[in-house]
Design a binder for this molecule. Structure first.
Ligand SMILES: Cc1cc2nc3c(=O)[nH]c(=O)nc-3n(C[C@H](O)[C@H](O)[C@H](O)COP(=O)(O)OP(=O)(O)OC[C@H]3O[C@@H](n4cnc5c(N)ncnc54)[C@H](O)[C@@H]3O)c2cc1C
Length: 362
């Protein structure tokens, strides 16, 4: 039987930040278990470094996240928005060009993509305390400890004995873990009913040799009622190849019936309508459908509208799970539920609550 005082389930931003905070507090008797073969969760990128998941943050509003980015010395830059935007009112209508509007406060990006943040956190945590390919299946509350059951990379059963579990996975996925005894019914219902932000979405990225739209005085920003992309932006990095990205407007449930090849062809054709013939020849293109990724979405998310969740209770208020499990993924943040800043907020709150009960330096 393996032991760790604290088990962190999930190696997205919240789980990695919780591990980083525990290290800073001198608490090293923990293990972080990640189901995927890589860390990052809803932060993911193309091989060229263009974000397929989270992209933007807003430092004026999200000071805790911004300070962490500064402390990790990660360069930031403003989302490119100079030039006109394009509006497509229907597939039949000729796209219209009009003055772009600027986001206020400005949307900021990280050089190298948002993965620079999770990479920097991961680099600050000893590798022996984090593991990928470990999918947690069951939590059992036994006398004096929690029995954490998981499948390792080879699908073999493994168990940990822990004092406390930090649930750094979306509430819906946390509710899908088997609990013995069962979670209090109201808590289980609230967690299952909490939408995972952006889980119903899919992103398309097209990488080009040149940012040809900028030469035409276009910002790369477009809105379309024609689809399949509903909202498009310049995804170029300061130091990488130019790119455009778009959010698919086709609902997740309808995307199930269309092959990736067909969707890619429609996205490319739309970019030609909006930005001209050069858009038809990307050097590479990618489609990431988060709704079909079982490490992010559940069947309930296929029906979802992508609304921001209300933060559910992070702990059981009574019963045998009280004080033993704490939700720390971004949806549990009362301030920024669903956002990157929420993952930082919720993880900080979770670790602070442990400080009270486990003699960890606050
Ligand atoms: C397309 C898209 C665009 C977005 N854009 C933005 C944006 O621009 N700005 C912004 O602020 N936010 C954005 N977000 C939201 C942002 O990505 C999330 O708020 C943030 O990454 C959540 O981090 P997290 O660690 O809380 O959860 P997650 O990143 O979901 O991490 C949970 C982790 O738990 C793992 N896991 C799941 N089940 C198990 C299990 N049983 N056992 C072990 N591990 C498990 C998962 O593999 C995952 O790594 C976007 C999200 C998406 C999908």
């Amino acid at each position: 039987m393996l032991t760790a005082r604290i088990v962190i389930i999930g190696g997205g931003l919240a789980g990695l930040y919780a591990a980083y905070l525990l290290e800073q507090r001198g608490m090293t008797d923990y293990v972080l278990l990640e189901a995927r073969s890589h860390f990052g969760g809803r932060i993911a990128a193309t091989p060229e470094g263009h974000d397929l998941g989270a992209t933007w943050f807003w430092p004026e509003l999200q000071t805790q996240l911004s300070e962490l980015i500064d402390a990790l010395q990660l360069p930031r830059f403003e989302q490119y928005a100079s030039g006109d935007m394009v509006i497509e009112r229907s597939r039949q209508a000729t796209p219209e060009r009009m003055a772009s509007y600027f986001s206020a406060p400005p949307s900021m990006r990280l050089a190298g993509g948002m993965g620079a943040l999770t990479d920097a956190l991961q680099a600050a945590i000893p590798a022996e305390r984090t593991m990928t390919g470990q999918r947690v299946r069951r939590l059992q509350r036994l006398s004096g400890h929690i029995h954490v059951e998981l499948d390792d990379e080879q699908g073999n059963p493994v168990a940990y004995q822990a004092e406390h579990v930090l649930l750094a996975l979306p509430p819906r996925l946390a509710a899908a873990i088997a609990y013995t005894p069962a979670l209090p019914a109201t808590l289980a219902d609230t967690w299952s009913g909490t939408p995972t932000w952006m889980a119903p979405h899919a992103k398309y990225v097209a990488i080009y040799k040149h940012a040809f739209w900028r030469r035409q005085g276009l910002s790369g920003h477009a809105r379309s009622a024609g689809g399949p992309l509903a909202e498009i932006h310049d995804a170029s990095a300061d130091d990488g190849p130019p790119a455009l990205f778009g959010f698919l407007g086709v609902p997740a449930i309808k995307r199930q019936d269309v092959s990736a090849e067909v969707l890619l062809a429609h996205c490319r054709a739309q970019l030609v309508r909006l930005f001209g013939p050069q858009a038809g020849s990307p050097v590479a293109e990618y489609l990431k459908d988060w709704a079909t990724d079982s490490c992010t979405a559940t069947p309930a998310d296929l029906q979802g509208q992508g609304e921001h969740p209300d933060a559910p209770a992070a702990q059981a208020g009574d019963g045998r799970w009280q004080g033993r499990i704490t939700g720390i993924a971004s949806e549990w943040s009362p301030h920024f539920p669903g956002y990157l800043a929420g993952a930082i907020d919720a993880a900080q709150r979770g670790v602070a609550s442990l400080s009270k009960t486990m003699e960890i330096t606050p």
